[in-house]
Design a protein around this ligand. Structure first.
Ligand code: PBG
Length: 326
């Protein structure tokens, strides 16, 4: 093929021309804001490795949710930090536990104007910090964990979550959660499966955000960074089990995975721009090494271009504000 008269620069001449011919666009509705609430706080508490992100009080969480609605953000993903932990993560099932109460409070504040999502995972609730319960050898027990996930899902649906986000990478978790939801009358509660979630060094700041008790790593249940083909298997299994949406996580070091999943998925695809990705850009910007707004916008657009329909990002509200003004 030859295009002797083609000069690609013609379409780059003015901002209006570039806007008209852009292949991808970001919109506030594509963005999902992950938010942390910590039990017993009287003031929001800054997370030092995530400048600009806090552990919320009930009041500040409600304000953040209301602001997200104002800015047109698509959804909010809630993570709870309980005051008391145990080996089984019992506080995750308490209807008045920190996360279930937060879901109820946010629902009372914004109703159906924002898609409210809950993290279905035990790591914030266990005193050993793993995403599931341990067997006698200290190995994360898949099927014993599934039983708790089923109950957790019902508790979050009872609290009013529109979507559940199982992030623990237990085999069969989507099927168990779907069945628990059907049996408890929550037929319309959707499941966003963390389908291809990799064991990543970039989760570091999140561990501070949830006061994680984890020693060691999650390599026996999260995926190995070396694997690409396996992500398709994980997505297929979750689809077969009833996932309404699927996620790739992290985002920026896994854009090939995201493109593969977007090419085969019949359901909407999310990508999670995680805490370490946030921290890197904030740290470089704080040093004056990169332009903050430009780097944030480009990073999220790159995730969209690779195939994400929706992006979980700690910049969701700020970025939505920029998109509204431009
Ligand atoms: C597990 C969970 C994690 C993140 C979201 N859900 C931590 C982990 O898997 O270790 C990380 C998100 C981030 O780093 O921003 N409940």
């Amino acid at each position: 093929m030859s295009f002797p008269n083609h000069r690609p620069r013609r379409l780059r001449t003015t901002p209006a021309m570039r806007r008209l011919t852009a292949e991808n666009r970001l919109a506030p509705a594509d963005l999902i804001l992950p938010a942390f609430i910590r039990e017993g706080l009287t003031e929001p508490s800054p997370i030092s490795s995530m400048p600009g992100v806090v552990q919320h009080t009930t009041d500040s969480l409600k304000r953040a949710a209301a602001e997200a609605v104002q800015l047109g953000v698509g959804g909010i993903m809630l993570f709870g930090v309980p005051a008391v932990r145990d080996a089984q993560g019992t506080a995750s099932l308490d209807p008045d536990g920190v996360l279930n109460k937060a879901i109820r409070d946010v629902k009372a504040e914004v109703g159906d104007d924002l898609v409210i999502m809950g993290d279905v995972c035990l790591d914030e609730f266990t005193d050993h910090g793993h995403c599931g319960v341990l067997d006698a050898e200290g190995y994360v027990d898949n099927d014993a964990t599934l039983e708790i996930y089923g109950k957790m899902a019902v508790a979050q649906a009872d609290a009013g979550a529109h979507v559940l986000g199982p992030s623990g990478m237990m085999d069969g978790q989507i099927a168990v959660i779907r069945q628990a939801l059907e049996e408890s009358g929550h037929k319309n509660t959707a499941v966003l499966a963390y389908a291809a979630k990799y064991a990543s060094a970039f989760y570091g700041p999140f561990r501070e955000a949830v006061d994680s008790q984890l020693k060691g790593d999650r390599r026996t249940y999260q995926m190995d960074a070396a694997n690409r083909r396996e992500a398709i298997l994980e997505v297929e299994l979750d689809l077969e089990e009833g996932a309404d949406m699927v996620m790739v996580k992290p985002a920026m070091s896994y854009l090939d995975i995201l493109a593969d999943v977007a090419a085969m998925s019949p359901v909407p695809v999310s990508a999670y721009q995680i805490s370490g990705e946030y921290a890197m850009i904030e740290a470089a910007a704080a040093n004056g090494w990169i332009d903050r707004r430009g780097a944030i916008t480009e990073s999220v657009l790159g995730i969209k271009r690779a195939g994400a329909d929706t992006v979980l990002t700690y910049w969701a509200s700020e970025l939505a504000g920029w998109l509204k003004e431009s």
